[in-house]
Design a protein around this ligand. Structure first.
Ligand SMILES: Cc1ncc(C[n+]2csc(CCOP(=O)(O)OP(=O)(O)O)c2C)c(N)n1
Ligand SMILES: [Mg+2]
Length: 796
């Protein structure tokens, strides 16, 4: 491998021979413990020749990335000690889990958190055995791993998490390893742009390391196979100052790494000084490192005559046929002995003191960094009284309000109240104003470190509204921000939130696992507001119409996910307040932004949101028990349901109708399935057995069946919702296309009440005429019928 170094650092040798020897030994110890975790269940210090009995029956883990991660860890340790740094380490290739476990063990934090993993031979044996072992620990950097906020199983999010962690943490340095394979993912490719949003005055630093080990699982990586100058230009183009470290001779590499890291940290210090002491507001070129080292560095060079070190073959378990090929067992022993464990651990298996001492102490250890256990640092968000933002209801449904705009006012007040603490950010893919949350922008402004022009509005180097046209970045920044103990809010078009389905999955999994880890303290919930909803994306058309994120989140654990569909502004305020204060959930709020009728006073809204669903008595005439329940969930379905109720009152004045509105979707499930689930007795009171239910739902109708299939009255629940019919058309036509319109709902009710059977034929006729009239009118006039558009709930 050719040696390529940043020229200004090439001749420096910052490590004394003694420190160099210790750092190398420390690295060997980490590598030794990493290999041991992958292979061994016994004989942890190789006190006797290795036998098959010492080897795990299933060899699971990833070696290839691990020595590089370990190399960096030992170098971060030196820098932390020498410069008293507050450093968080984010590992993109999270499959290098053994490395992080090994290092947190060597520095002592692992045993402090998990006392049964003692710092002796017994502890090492347990450490090895538990890895990738049933009921042990996962193979990746996981929530169980001290010092981590990043699982890294699903590649692509390391750098965006790093930026999220660094925002508003001026003293923090986030070292972030990006796998060269990971760098090929879309989210990672865009994450480099985080540097256009990071302010050296008020934020911390991100130190990206592109881990150019050349390979992914079975292929070379793109970035390893373009000319080095092109790669450097790419990084320069992203706005970084690239440094390079390349080689495979450990002694040389330690010196060169130390030199290059010293230079990079000096750069960071100079950038921060310029901003903090000299008043510079320029966007700096932050340093980043291209680290070209062999995949599986220090591992077996050849196995079965084929090259392994420095190739894709080193990715997982380089000697995988231990039980089949005696040679492999011998090679494993040679490999492990090459780290000279007898020089690293004393006869009791204790890591040698003179080596251990080069690690930082106490809270400076990366395994103990409080930012990696954000709940420890979490300050409750100051949420002003949301009642102050309530919409006055003068006659139900009489005046239209942009529901989300009202929430925007509350968010603005939250922003103001917490500005001093700098612990609240609002994220959106260029849609904050479009989703009518623009009030939140006033005051703080939108974060922006790139160029500005006179035409720009509200861009600010210290802004706390984060806008970038990448849902991945919004989600990733937000996660990084939350996981390090802060608060936030993410608004997005409903259809496009699917872009981050997978990231939401991963966050939900993280939350689920942390619930079982006592030392991980609760963090603020991840709050989504989905607006620009399916029913009112009539103008943008089919591509913009998709309510399926609800279904997606429903698959996650009940104790992690909450889903709310407030039908108006006051219910939205109540739900918003609740979500902002909650912990450890993913809260999904679905609420429209278009002018829409308002139904509940703030007191009614609070009561309604507290139960999650309930009868709207003012819309019902069910004395003596309902003959039909008209249920609704979501703002447009609620409007259509109430309009259907009016139609029914005209057609069948004596029909006893009950209107039930659902805000908290989870309340529909049995208590056994979800903590918000309504007890069966209460559900039966709302939806009496035998009484038909016409349910108008915002999303795909099947979800309501899924939630209620165990309810006693399930057979009588008839759901209308979005059936994947859409185009550019009028708002009401969207309802008609999907059979959730008022005429259809009224017809459904008539057809389902047994005593109204004789009316069914005329009702069908009446329905067809109404729909025909609607179709002809919209086709001719390009707008909805005035009687539809201007429909109002009758005044009291
Ligand atoms: C999004 C995603 N796609 C695919 C995988 C499967 N996978 C696991 S490791 C890996 C290769 C990673 O290569 P790189 O980022 O270069 O890491 P390293 O070489 O350091 O192991 C792949 C494709 C994954 N974990 N995540
Ligand atoms: Mg790689």
């Amino acid at each position: 491998m050719s040696e390529r170094m940043a020229s200004e650092t090439a001749s420096e040798a910052p490590l004394s021979p003694e420190l160099l020897a210790k750092m190398d030994a420390y690295w060997r110890a980490a590598n030794y413990l990493s290999v041991g975790q992958i292979y061994l269940k016994d004989n942890p210090l190789l006190e006797r020749p290795l036998t098959l009995d010492d080897v795990k029956p299933r060899l699971l883990g990833h070696w290839g990335t691990t020595p590089g991660l370990n190399f960096l860890y030992v170098h971060w340790n030196r820098l932390i000690r020498e410069r008293n740094l507050n450093m968080l380490y984010i590992i993109g290739p999270g499959h290098g889990g053994p490395g992080l476990v090994a290092n947190t063990y060597l520095e002592g934090s692992y045993s402090e958190i998990y006392p049964h993993i003692e710092r002796n031979a017994d502890g090492i044996k347990r450490l090895f055995r538990q890895f990738s072992w049933p009921y042990g620990i996962p193979s990746h950097v996981a929530p169980e791993t001290p010092g981590s906020i990043h699982e890294g199983g699903e590649l692509g999010y390391s750098l965006v998490h790093a930026y999220g962690a660094a925002f508003d943490n001026p003293d923090l340095i986030v070292a972030c390893v990006v796998g060269d394979g990971e760098a090929e993912t879309g989210p990672l490719a865009t994450s480099w742009h985080g540097n256009k949003f990071l302010n050296p005055l008020t934020d911390g630093a991100v130190l990206p390391i592109l881990h150019l080990n050349g390979y992914k699982i079975a292929n070379p990586t793109i970035l390893a196979r373009i000319p080095h100058a092109e790669l450097e230009s790419l990084m320069r183009g992203y706005g970084y100052e690239p440094f390079t470290l390349e080689g495979d001779d450990p002694a040389v590499m330690h010196q060169q790494a130390a030199a290059v890291f010293d230079t990079m940290l000096d750069r960071i210090a100079a950038i921060q000084k310029a901003a903090r002491e000299d008043g510079s507001t320029a966007r700096p070129a932050w340093p980043m490192l291209i680290m070209r080292t062999p995949k599986g560095w220090t591992g077996p060079k050849f196995v079965d005559g084929k090259p392994v070190e420095g190739t894709w073959r080193a990715h997982q378990v380089p000697l995988s046929e231990i039980f089949e090929k005696p040679d492999h067992l011998r090679l494993l022993e040679e490999w492990m002995r090459s780290y000279k464990p007898e020089e690293l651990f004393n006869d009791k298996g204790h890591f040698r003191e003179d080596l251990a001492e080069i690690a930082p102490k106490g809270k400076l250890r990366m395994g103990m960094n409080a930012h990696a256990n954000g709940g420890l640092l979490l300050k409750p968000l100051k949420v002003p009284n949301f009642r102050d933002f309530a919409v006055k209801i003068e006659g139900r449904g009489q005046a239209d309000v942009e529901t989300t705009r009202v929430l925007g006012r509350l968010l603005h007040a939250v922003m103001e109240a917490n500005l001093e603490d700098r612990n609240f950010r609002v994220f959106g893919p260029d849609e904050t104003a479009s989703n009518r949350l623009q009030d939140v922008i006033t005051g703080t402004g939108k974060a922006w470190m790139a160029e500005t022009l006179p035409v720009d509005e509200n861009l600010s180097e210290t802004g706390h509204v984060m806008e970038v046209l990448s849902e991945h970045m919004c989600q990733g920044w937000y996660e990084g921000y939350l996981l390090t103990g802060r608060h936030g809010f993410f608004s997005c078009y409903e259809a496009f939130i699917h872009i981050i389905d997978s990231m939401a999955n991963q966050h939900a999994k993280w939350l689920k696992v942390t619930r079982g880890i006592p030392w991980r303290k609760p963090i603020a919930s991840l709050n989504y507001l989905l607006s620009s909803l399916v029913w009112r994306q009539d103008h943008n058309g089919f591509s913009h119409q998709d309510p399926g994120f609800i279904d997606h989140l429903m698959n996650k654990k009940a104790d992690v996910v909450r889903i709310y569909l407030p039908p108006d502004a006051n219910t939205l305020l109540s739900v918003g307040d609740h979500c902002l204060r909650s912990r450890n959930y993913i809260n999904l709020i679905v609420a429209g932004k278009q002018p829409a009728p308002q139904w509940l006073t703030i007191d009614e809204a609070i009561a309604h949101c507290t139960t999650g669903l309930g009868v709207w008595p003012w819309a019902s005439n069910d004395e003596g028990g309902p003959e039909v329940v008209m249920a609704c969930c979501g703002d447009v379905p609620t409007l259509e349901t109430l309009a259907a109720v009016c139609l029914l009152r005209k057609r069948v004045p004596d029909l006893r109708i009950r209107v039930v509105n659902v805000v908290d979707l989870m309340a529909l499930q049995p208590t056994s399935e979800h903590p918000h689930g309504l007890p069966d007795e209460e559900f039966d009171q709302l939806f009496p057995v035998g009484v038909p239910v016409v349910f108008a739902f915002h999303g795909y109708p099947w979800l309501i069946h899924r939630l209620t299939y165990r309810r006693h009255n399930h057979d009588n629940i008839h759901v209308r919702g979005y059936k994947e019919e859409g185009t550019t058309t009028t708002p009401f036509d969207m309802c008609v296309l999907n059979n959730i319109d008022r005429f259809q709902l009224a017809l459904d009710a008539i057809k389902r009440v047994a005593r109204l059977k004789p009316l069914a034929a005329t009702a069908e006729q009446w329905y067809s005429e109404a729909i025909q009239r609607h179709k002809l009118y919209v086709a001719e006039n390009g707008d909805d019928l005035p009687e539809i558009k201007d429909w109002r709930w009758p005044k009291d």
